[in-house]
Design a protein around this ligand. Structure first.
Ligand SMILES: O=C(O)C(=O)C[C@]1(C(=O)O)C=C[C@@H](O)C=C1
Length: 360
């Protein structure tokens, strides 16, 4: 699939002066709950009212959604409030029911995106639809799998496409429920600058007190919209209680967020920007040239080790370097996380160089 301007057409047609907002409860619980939240959201920035009808839960025995009955409540939401509706679909039967109930926006969840079989089944069921279809990232950080799902939908002649970045599962506990791995979203935007991208801070954070900061980062990174789980009584929600906010909080979040524009035409700004970018270009070239020099030294070490039949990996020496560089990094305002990532990549490249020599 190629990037093309038309990918943004459905979003541009909404003519919004703020990011697209999709909000509503994690799960539709009762008709009263759904209508009450929708009424509280109707005169806000929210364009699409979301509610989970079928809930994929990690373990059985938890609330798994009200099922098709909830789709009738979504129809009432549309009739009563004028809000358009959105829900997750995870198989062809869901798609059929959602289309029968005129749901305006359907999304494929992270646990479905990982399975090309499921995605294909959904794409076949949606073939040619003029509804908006958004694809959440797969639970594992695999850009090809994410884009593969979009391609399957595009091949099924679905025109109104977009993606939702909801973060990625990690084995290690981090402060996020799902690690954002912003680099993945940046890479996706680099490949498909016109494919609408929505951020889901509710699932990234898992905690309502972090939703604002993640939303701001998303807007700083040019995201087109936000999907935020909203409930009038978050603590007593039947699913994902900790990450839902009240409609009032959502309104405040939208008020406080700084919306960034893509660029600015002012001459002085552009002069200063060009100047700083020129500095970056010079430094980037120096970095590459220095790394090249470092690898030449590693090649030399590789030849020495070949003569003496010594192993490439030298853990003691490597640990010394890492420790020293973390301290050096601190002096230059560089985070430990960045230093470790960068030097691990440098180490691997050095090993690859030596492997070639020692086995050549
Ligand atoms: O010092 C060495 O023995 C090297 O091979 C160099 C180097 C490095 O690139 O710094 C690479 C591999 C070793 O694990 C340790 C360090």
């Amino acid at each position: 699939m190629e990037n093309k301007k038309e990918l943004r057409a459905w979003l541009d047609d909404l003519k919004l002066e703020h990011p697209l907002v999709i909000a509503g409860p994690c799960s539709a619980e009762t008709e009263e709950q759904v209508l009450k939240i929708a009424n509280q959201l109707k005169d806000t920035d929210v364009s699409y009212f979301r509610a989970g009808i079928w809930k994929p839960r990690t373990r059985p025995g938890m609330f798994e959604g009200v099922g098709a009955l909830g789709l009738k409540w979504l129809q009432k939401v549309k009739a009563e409030t004028g809000l358009k509706t959105a829900t997750e679909v995870a198989n062809a039967a869901h798609v059929k029911l959602a289309l029968e109930h005129d749901v305006d926006l359907l999304w494929i969840g992270a646990r479905s995106t990982v399975s090309p079989f499921i995605v294909q089944e959904i794409a076949d069921a949606l073939k040619g639809t003029d509804k908006i279809v958004l694809v959440k990232n797969p639970v594992n950080p695999d850009l090809a799998l994410w884009l593969g799902a979009i391609e399957r939908l595009a091949t099924a002649d679905i025109k109104k496409l977009g993606v939702i970045h909801r973060g990625f599962s990690t084995y290690e506990k981090t402060k996020y429920r799902n690690n954002p791995e912003w680099q993945m979203a940046i890479e996706l935007q680099t490949k498909f600058p016109d494919l609408p991208i929505i951020n889901d801070p509710s699932h990234i954070t898992g905690r309502r007190d972090m939703i604002f900061d993640v939303s701001q980062t998303a807007l700083d990174l040019n995201f087109d919209g936000l999907m935020i789980e909203t409930h009038f009584d978050p603590d007593n929600a039947w699913s994902d209680a900790a990450q839902q906010v009240t409609p009032q909080t959502l309104v405040q979040i939208m008020k406080d967020l700084k919306i960034r524009k893509e660029t600015d035409a002012e001459a002085e700004y552009n002069r200063s920007l060009d100047n700083l970018r020129a500095q970056i270009d010079v430094v980037d070239n120096q970095i590459i040239s220095l790394l090249g020099k470092r690898m030449k030294a590693a090649d030399g070490i590789g030849s020495l080790k070949k003569q003496k039949n010594v192993a490439v990996l030298q853990s003691k020496r490597w640990n010394e370097i890492l420790g020293r560089m973390v301290l050096e990094g601190q002096d230059h305002g560089l985070s430990e996380e960045f230093i470790l990532k960068m030097f691990k990549a440098i180490h691997q490249e050095s090993i690859n160089h030596q492997e070639k020599i020692i086995n050549g």
